[in-house]
Write a protein that binds this ligand. Structure first.
Ligand code: GDP
Ligand code: MG
Length: 678
């Protein structure tokens, strides 16, 4: 036998050459009445930790050296110390525990309940009785046959203690597991007195003890049978009839292992309802209370145990959960949209709760439920940042995709802006919604709809900006086209000065503008532009087209160009006859008259060019001066734009032209002189 001294001087012994932890034993309470710190670990090594309520506890009581340990070892295959016959050596005092062989039972051997006269031992007896009753389903009361009927004997005093203590524990409350089975094992039964007689004697004695108990008033009518079930059995002399002893022990063992045995002892109503993983702590608390002579209130103890254990179980579940949740913290923080995050989170959450429920649901319902709520809120507060991070990341990536889709969709000429925007918007919202819904955990107050609203606003803003850019692009394109279309006709019309010259120019302009507006409206349809935007864009288009026209007119009425036109007109009048044949001046010709006529006719053209004025008043349309559009940000005033040549400019032009005309006149005169001289 190897012996190791544990903390608090507890001996924890293992059977040598056996690696089977099921035969290990532990000294639960030592000679100094301190409780072991090894019990939790021991129960785990016995493999009972996770057995829930599927385990049993049995304890033995009786005078010293009545073969208790021997009986337990035979009955349960345990390894309790047995007094060495040759040395008559006392076994170690205290409470020992073993696991029953091939059964889910914890067996307690209570040593040292002897020497009635010593107060010290009575104290221990009382404490160990409290301890055993608070946890055991079955209390084996071990006695010699010859002790039966010795009413004043040590056994009876022991039983009185047990009854008193039990009344304190379970007296007032009707508690689950408040019944206990007392199994009397009468040893060295000779056989002369049948069990029935022994049993009757014992029952009579037990009732006498019960009656002598001082009970509180409210409990004075309670019977022994209200708290205890009684069972009796005998065993023959172990040394004198060893075979019969072994056979009877075997039969007795069946009452602990075989549920179908009519004498089966571990009935559900005796179970103290302490989950196996809480037994060590429960016993430790009970002993603590007992040791400090505090009132042992079992419901309170069970609630305290539940609080402690539920916290522990919760912490265990949470530790595993935190480890899992940590794995996705970095990816989320780095901006990734974690695929299947919701499934992961739900899985971790469910695992943690399953783990908690499995172990904690056996404890006090109220405590279990309350702590479960706490656990859920801790879990959810850990998951919430992941959820929000996922939303944020999805938001970002959806917008990036949205912008890219717009860009790609607006490439080339053959696209409908409205369709491109609608498709990209739908895609963006759907992608975000599906990511958000996947990540959402039910039963939380999490919200993703607000984020979607922000996204909607942003995509709207981007689409609006995009539409403005596109509209601008389109208007520019139309403007270029206007320029191209009006250039030649205007040039031609301005080269043929007449009273309807401006009518022609404006008619051309009107036609081109109408075409431009139609082009705009056709394209704008797919832009989902508002009525307001269309009105503004059309006004801008008109203004800009007008400016284009004005530019063309400017170009065609620039000093030298216009002077050329006047000169051309004059020459046509002065140097050519009505048939268009160049004139050869003869002395009899009225050069002066022709000159004056041609000059005056030409000078009449200056006011014609100086102002855009059609003969048909219907062509005098006015551009909307009010609309201020960013497309035409130049200062622009329509009325003044009708003036082509200012007064000064006109005079300047007239003067220049006069000089040119005079030169022609002089040249014409000279040509006659030279012809005369010939
Ligand atoms: P405990 O102090 O009650 O645990 O008693 P032990 O199991 O240590 O046994 C005390 C002594 O009684 C030992 O010497 C055993 O050999 C002896 N003993 C055990 N069982 C029996 C029995 O059934 N009949 C008799 N007469 N002696 C027994
Ligand atoms: Mg013993």
């Amino acid at each position: 036998m190897a012996s190791a001294q544990g903390v608090n001087g507890h001996a924890q012994q293992t059977v040598q050459a056996s690696t089977d932890a099921s035969t290990e034993r532990v000294q639960v309470v030592n000679e100094d009445k301190t409780f072991t710190s090894e019990l939790t670990g021991q129960i785990e090594r016995w493999g009972l930790r996770d057995s829930g309520f599927n385990y049993n506890i049995v304890a033995v009581f009786g005078s010293q050296s009545t073969g208790k340990s021997t009986l337990l070892n035979r009955l349960f295959g345990t390894t309790f110390d047995v007094m060495d016959e040759t040395r008559r050596q006392q076994t170690t005092k205290g409470i020992w525990m073993c696991r029953g062989k091939d059964m889910s039972a914890m067996v307690m051997d209570v040593e040292g309940t002897d020497g009635r006269e010593r107060g010290e031992d009575q104290d221990f007896e009382r404490k160990s009785a409290l301890f055993s009753l608070a946890s055991s389903e079955v209390l084996i009361v071990n006695m010699w046959e010859h002790q039966v009927g010795l009413y004043q004997g040590a056994n009876m005093s022991l039983l009185k203690t047990v009854f008193e203590v039990n009344l304190g524990l379970f007296g007032k409350k009707t508690l689950d597991g408040s019944r206990t089975l007392l199994l009397f094992v009468i040893r060295d039964h000779v056989g002369a007195t049948p069990l029935a007689n022994l049993q009757a004697t014992l029952i009579a004695d037990l009732n006498r003890i019960w009656d002598t108990l001082s009970k509180p008033d409210e409990l004075k009518d309670r019977q022994l049978s209200d708290y205890f079930d009684l069972a009796f059995t005998t065993l023959p002399h172990k040394i004198l009839v060893p075979d019969k002893f072994e056979a009877d022990v075997k039969t007795l063992r069946k009452r602990f292992t075989d549920k179908s045995d009519p004498g089966y002892v571990f009935k559900p109503q005796y179970h103290k309802r302490i989950p196996a993983d809480g037994v060590a702590m429960y016993m430790s608390n009970i002993w603590e209370q007992v040791q400090t002579n505090k009132d042992l209130d079992l419901p309170t103890q069970q609630e305290l145990l539940a609080q402690f254990r539920c916290d522990e179980i919760s912490a265990g579940a949470l530790a595993e959960f935190n480890e899992q949740a940590k794995s996705q913290k970095r990816p989320i923080e780095s901006g990734r949209v974690v695929e299947g995050l919701g499934a992961l989170m739900k899985n971790w959450r469910a695992q943690a709760l399953t783990r908690y429920d499995r172990d904690a649901s056996r404890y006090h319902k109220g405590v279990y439920t309350r702590k479960r709520g706490d656990l859920i809120s801790v879990i959810d507060s850990t998951l919430s940042p992941l959820f929000l991070g996922q939303l944020k990341n999805a938001h970002k990536s959806c917008l990036v995709t949205f912008k890219k889709e717009l860009l790609d969709g607006l490439k080339g000429d053959d696209y409908s802006f409205g369709d491109v925007v609608t498709k990209a918007t739908k895609n963006c919202e759907e992608t975000f919604t599906s990511v958000a819904k996947e990540a959402l955990i039910e039963d939380t107050d999490w919200n993703w709809e607000d984020e979607l609203e922000v996204i909607k606003e942003e995509t709207r803003g981007i689409a609006d900006q995009c539409r403005k850019d596109e509209t601008k692009k389109m208007v520019n394109q139309i403007e270029r086209n206007v320029k191209k279309l009006i250039s030649e006709p205007v040039e031609i019309q301005l080269s043929k000065p007449s009273t309807v010259m401006w009518d022609g120019v404006l008619k051309t302009f009107k036609e081109v503008l109408a075409k431009a507006e139609a082009t705009y409206l056709a394209k704008a349809k797919s832009f989902n532009c508002t009525e307001e935007e269309n009105t503004a864009a059309l006004a801008a288009l008109r203004k800009r087209s007008w400016i284009v026209l004005r530019g063309k007119i400017e170009e065609q009425t620039a000093d030298q160009v216009l002077l050329g036109k006047l000169r051309g007109h004059f020459e046509e009048q002065f140097r050519y006859d009505e048939q268009g044949v160049p004139r050869v001046w003869k002395p009899e010709d009225d050069i002066d008259g022709a000159f004056v006529k041609a000059k005056e006719q030409t000078l009449e053209l200056v006011p014609l060019y100086s102002r855009i004025k059609p003969s048909d008043p219907s062509l005098e349309f006015i551009l909307d001066d009010e609309s201020s559009d960013d497309l035409a940000n130049e200062e622009f005033e329509f009325a003044s734009s009708l003036v082509v040549l200012s007064e000064t400019k006109s005079l300047d032009l007239i003067n220049k032209f006069r000089k040119d005309a005079d030169a022609y006149f002089v040249e014409a005169k000279r040509s006659t002189v030279s012809s005369i001289a010939q």
